[in-house]
Design a protein around this ligand. Structure first.
Ligand SMILES: Cc1cc2nc3c(=O)[nH]c(=O)nc-3n(C[C@H](O)[C@H](O)[C@H](O)COP(=O)(O)O)c2cc1C
Length: 325
């Protein structure tokens, strides 16, 4: 056989690619691992509870889906305007508009039964007790593969941000939630902090299965015609391409310090952004703001990741996790 031809035959083909990743659990049983067919997970709050994206493609193609953040009681969110556009992202101050955990269980969870991918519920609170109540209500819900504990929302008064910036609070809340909730727990961290590795270490020590980073960065926009802050809430959280290099740095910094998986997110727009996060150390990668401008981005990004794998002849995507170190 001519040498050229045999070399061609040795090439990895699309059918051989393995995009699956395992988000391991700190709990001993392997049953608690989160097995994803690919690393893509929707970012909470950017695509409703499934139906919004399902109008564009079969969301079962994704690794997992994260629902919009829920609180103990229903809330209507902040006053409008609550989204401001910037040159490389958006600033939002939605303020956790949601139907409350009871209605979430009654109305949202049954809808998710039509999907086969793992569903994660994102929870937010104003006190330690809120997180306990939410964990209790969701414990044992078989529609869910796990929960994402949002200790980082910058838009709620007196709540999230304060917990998320103090390692002791992150530890306390995570520990409480761990005592109550037996499924997979991801603790979502804020980037509005000097050193994110301190809160990542606290979450790990308290029993979190994984950490997610980053939530939005505190920001504002001024309407120069009105000469007033554009958002009714004055401040909001910046997301989209502008935040990606910051998020990549935080994932990179944290990777060597903790032993639990990292869900990296912030500004992902295409396959190469996913690869960058994984090289920095992310096991899974979130897609958020991109869903709002390109709702069909999910399958496109998966395709782009496959193209990268073919170009670099990478058979197992998980082999690149942390490879940039
Ligand atoms: C409109 C909007 C709503 C959001 N709502 C939530 C939420 O309810 N809970 C949460 O943990 N993060 C929320 N986030 C943060 C995203 O999940 C994500 O962490 C952040 O936007 C960075 O990723 P991205 O740049 O890909 O959007 C929200 C972001 C946006 C833009």
């Amino acid at each position: 056989m001519p040498e050229k031809q045999s070399k061609l035959e040795q090439k990895i083909t699309k059918a051989e690619l393995n995009l699956s990743v395992v988000m391991q659990s700190q709990q001993k049983s392997k049953q608690n691992n989160l097995n994803l067919k690919n690393p893509l997970i929707t970012a909470s709050g950017t695509c409703g509870n499934g139906q919004e994206l399902a109008n564009f493609y079969d969301i079962n193609q994704l690794g997992a889906f994260t629902t919009k953040g829920i609180t103990v009681k229903a809330q209507s969110g902040n006053q409008t305007p609550r989204i401001a556009e910037t040159s490389a992202g958006i600033i939002n101050s939605i303020g956790l508009e949601n139907p409350g955990v009871e209605n979430f269980i009654l109305e949202v969870l049954p809808e998710t039964k039509e999907y086969t991918l793992p569903i994660l519920a994102n929870i937010s609170g104003y006190s330690e007790q809120d997180f306990e109540v939410l964990a209790e209500k969701l414990e044992g819900r078989e529609e869910l593969a796990g929960i994402e504990v949002n200790l980082s929302c910058p838009n709620i008064k007196g709540g999230g941000m304060i917990f998320g910036t103090e390692p002791e609070k992150v530890y306390q809340i995570t520990k409480k939630v761990r005592e109550i909730y037996s499924g997979y727990i991801i603790v979502k961290l804020t980037p509005n902090i000097t050193d994110i590795t301190t809160t990542a270490l606290a979450a790990e020590a308290a029993g979190a299965d994984a950490v997610a980073m980053i939530n939005t960065l505190s920001a504002m926009k001024i309407d120069i015609e009105a000469q007033k802050p554009l958002l009714a809430n004055t401040f909001g959280g910046l997301s989209g391409p502008a935040v990606r290099p910051i998020a990549v740095k935080m994932v990179y910094q944290t990777f060597k310090k903790i032993d639990i998986p990292i869900l990296g997110l912030g500004g992902v727009k295409n396959g190469s952004d996913v690869i960058e996060f994984m090289l920095a150390g992310a096991t899974a990668v979130g897609i958020g703001t991109i869903n709002m401008t390109d709702p069909a981005a999910g399958p496109r990004i998966i395709k782009e990741v496959e193209e990268y794998m073919l170009k670099h002849q990478i058979k197992d995507l998980s082999s690149i996790i942390g490879a940039a170190h």
